[in-house]
Design a protein around this ligand. Structure first.
Ligand SMILES: Cc1cc2nc3c(=O)[nH]c(=O)nc-3n(C[C@H](O)[C@H](O)[C@H](O)COP(=O)(O)OP(=O)(O)OC[C@H]3O[C@@H](n4cnc5c(N)ncnc54)[C@H](O)[C@@H]3O)c2cc1C
Length: 476
């Protein structure tokens, strides 16, 4: 529901990693996908703000603010709180520069007061087209291949899917197969189809069609933590309040020392990632990716901490937060030749100490927000973690112990079929084509080369719009 894009520097970095996407080239697609609903006067008074040049007004995806936004001056209370800790108001965090405090837009159809989604935006308006069929409750197991390759590359002839009745069906493709099953599924479908690391495929008796060792590697996710408080007042209404901090905001004068420490640690980080992958990934490739992330964090100063403030309610208010730029990488692979069997997933959360540092700094910042007036006037006791568990001015070690006991996935899994050059561990090229195949593409979060600081869907809609143009151009 949160509609927040990415930092300019994060998308620009992709172009140095073997693809040709930059912020400027993706920006028109953010706008193309968007049907931005200009805030009403009442919404503006409650904090909804935007810059018109950043938005699209005739696209399919409804973006805006809920009808009944949180009132009682809460947005101004937060603005004044963030001002006190030196974080500025950001009039539009969807402009590629996210630092600051903002009342963020949602994917929502304001007139219906209904959450917007891909089906409402991209399917229902076109569902009567004669050349579009959607099969519900149909689970794709694998691709099928033509007996003869095209220009020496395997050509996918369709997919095999299983209906919820148990019936199996083969669907044929004349031109292309486009996988959009998400970061945790698209790589598995590739592996079940013989595209992946021979060591993984051969274990389950799957014939290798394309030797592509990085399928399922490079899995990156963020880790989220909730903090709760008793509130002294109930603020009614809907809406979300977000604050984004960069490395200087979080670590102050220590940020230069931390930058140097992490830079020195990169060779060891790369070794740990390569070892965790079972020596599939290449040391120098991983080092290059880590150096790019280091630059984004410490030189470009992309935001590294997201702290969401939910409206205080009678009993509790929640600060929800996560570190935005983790560097630990894991993987997901098939664990059987049976498509319905559970996969083997290893996210490797906190494998590298930058990820711990980033989350500890974010947690300490979140507590300081809650302790700053005027927000603090509306909160009484901290109930989670609570001062008995994590006392005031606790050491980083105490915070780390609690955070590791309290985190969950942020559901922002990316990179398992990364759009990178093959030398860097890529699975798809700039056109989303799976390396070594004639006509298989992946268009979903698995192609995102590493985390972006925004929430993912806005970037994915933009990537999908761009992919649609690429595909149409091939057959024009
Ligand atoms: C609880 C939660 C809250 C979130 N909140 C936000 C938010 O507020 N804002 C935001 O921007 N992002 C949010 N995200 C993240 C966002 O939803 C994901 O990053 C995004 O949906 C990923 O898009 P995708 O196309 O890669 O995969 P998905 O959206 O997961 O789409 C993959 C689709 O493929 C289908 N599928 C999978 N395997 C098969 C198969 N074998 N055969 C047939 N179909 C298959 C799945 O059913 C699914 O419909 C949230 C995620 C979660 C889980």
């Amino acid at each position: 529901m949160t509609y927040l894009r990415a930092e300019t520097s994060q998308i620009d970095a992709w172009a140095n990693l073997g693809n040709n996407i930059t912020w400027d080239s993706l920006f028109p697609y953010f706008k193309k996908s968007e049907y931005f609903q200009v805030p009403t006067q009442a919404q503006s008074q409650k904090g909804a703000s935007y810059e018109p040049d950043n938005h699209g007004f005739v696209g399919p995806l409804a973006v805006g603010w809920p009808d009944e936004m949180v009132g009682n001056n809460f947005s101004a209370i937060l603005n004044s709180t963030f001002d006190s800790i030196g974080l500025p108001w950001n009039g539009d965090p969807n402009n590629g520069s996210m630092r600051g405090y903002n009342v963020f837009p949602w994917t929502i159809d304001r007139s219906l007061n209904v959450r917007e989604d891909a089906a409402r935006a991209y399917y229902y308006p076109f569902s009567l087209r004669p050349n579009l069929d959607v099969y519900l409750n149909a689970f794709v197991e694998r691709l099928t291949w033509e007996a003869v390759s095209h220009e020496s590359q395997p050509f996918a002839s369709g997919v095999v899917c299983k209906h919820s009745s148990g019936k199996e069906q083969q669907l044929s493709a004349k031109k292309e197969v486009i996988l959009s099953a998400g970061s945790l599924r698209s790589p598995l479908i590739l592996e079940l189809s013989g595209v992946g690391n021979p060591k993984v495929l051969e274990k389950f008796g799957i014939e290798v069609k394309v030797n592509l060792p990085f399928v399922g590697e490079n899995l990156l996710d963020q880790t989220t933590v909730d903090t709760t408080y008793n509130a002294t007042e109930n603020f009614p209404g809907d809406g979300g309040f977000v604050s984004y901090f960069n490395v200087d905001d979080v670590f102050g004068n220590n940020s230069k020392t931390i930058a140097d420490e992490i830079k020195q640690a990169i060779p060891a980080y790369a070794k740990a990632i390569v070892a965790a992958s079972g020596n599939i990934t290449d040391l120098s490739a991983v080092e290059k990716l880590l150096n790019v992330q280091h630059k984004i964090i410490f030189e470009d100063k992309a935001v590294i901490s997201e702290i969401l403030v939910n409206r205080p309610k009678e009993e509790s208010s929640i600060l929800e937060y996560w570190g935005l730029m983790p560097v630990s990488r894991g993987g997901i692979h098939i664990n059987s030749s049976n498509a319905s069997a559970p996969a083997a997933i290893q996210p490797n959360y906190f494998m590298l100490d930058w990820d711990v540092k980033q989350l500890v700094g974010t947690a300490q910042k979140a507590r300081s927000i809650a302790n700053t007036a005027p927000l603090s006037n509306f909160l009484s006791a901290e109930t989670l973690p609570g001062l008995a568990t994590v006392p005031a001015n606790s050491s980083n070690e105490i915070w780390t112990d609690w955070l590791k006991s309290a985190y969950r996935s942020n559901f922002h899994y990316v990179s398992t079929a990364a759009m990178l050059s093959q030398e860097l561990g890529g699975v798809v090229d700039s056109d989303h084509l799976v390396y070594g195949t004639a006509n298989v593409r992946v268009v979903d979060a698995s192609v995102v080369p590493f985390q972006v600081s925004g929430h993912l869907t806005s970037t994915l809609y933009a990537l999908a719009e761009r992919a649609a143009d690429v595909i149409k151009a091939r057959y024009a």
